[in-house]
Design a protein around this ligand. Sequence first.
Ligand SMILES: CC(C)(COP(=O)(O)OP(=O)(O)OC[C@H]1O[C@@H](n2cnc3c(N)ncnc32)[C@H](O)[C@@H]1OP(=O)(O)O)[C@@H](O)C(=O)NCCC(=O)NCCS
Length: 153
Amino acid sequence: MNNFNLRPLIIADYDAVYALWQQTEGMGLNDSDTREAIAAFLERNPGLSAVACDTNNQIVGAILCGHDGRRGYLHHLAVARTHRKQGIGRTLVDSCLEKLAALKIKKCNLFLFANNTEGRTFWLHQDWSAREDIVLVQKELKPDKSAPCGCSC
Ligand SMILES: CC(C)(COP(=O)(O)OP(=O)(O)OC[C@H]1O[C@@H](n2cnc3c(N)ncnc32)[C@H](O)[C@@H]1OP(=O)(O)O)[C@@H](O)C(=O)NCCC(=O)NCCS
């Protein structure tokens, strides 16, 4: 029997989840991880992200999951050090993949820092493939100065 339960991540979990991410190695947090940004992500991808809670109802694992209608994306998988190697990470990932598959998404991607060797080993152990033939090409978008409030909303 599992000593943890999964449930959807809701914005009321933000403080606990953000604290977990802050304590997690290999996690890159930036201005896409503010409360407002995470609220927007959850609203755009209802019910896909998840938390794992221990028997005291404390959050000990979290994952963000979304899709763009074509590919699924996982972000910020983290399990508290005290609760690792109990199947929480795998269960969080599997729950996301089941939901994406139910939405007819055929492939799921994730981003991993090149120096996160432990994280990489975890994913490869779950039958994910590191696509060495693909390069991430990225551009930072500037806020829209024509917006009335001067921000990018
Ligand atoms: C990676 C991480 C999420 C794994 O969580 P976890 O709950 O300990 O993983 P699980 O217990 O579900 O492990 C599932 C399987 O992967 C294996 N595994 C877990 N961590 C591993 C690691 N670091 N290296 C190799 N295998 C690992 C487990 O032995 C288990 O194998 P099994 O299926 O043969 O039994 C956790 O170590 C973590 O939060 N790491 C820091 C953040 C990170 O790197 N996230 C991933 C990048 S986004």
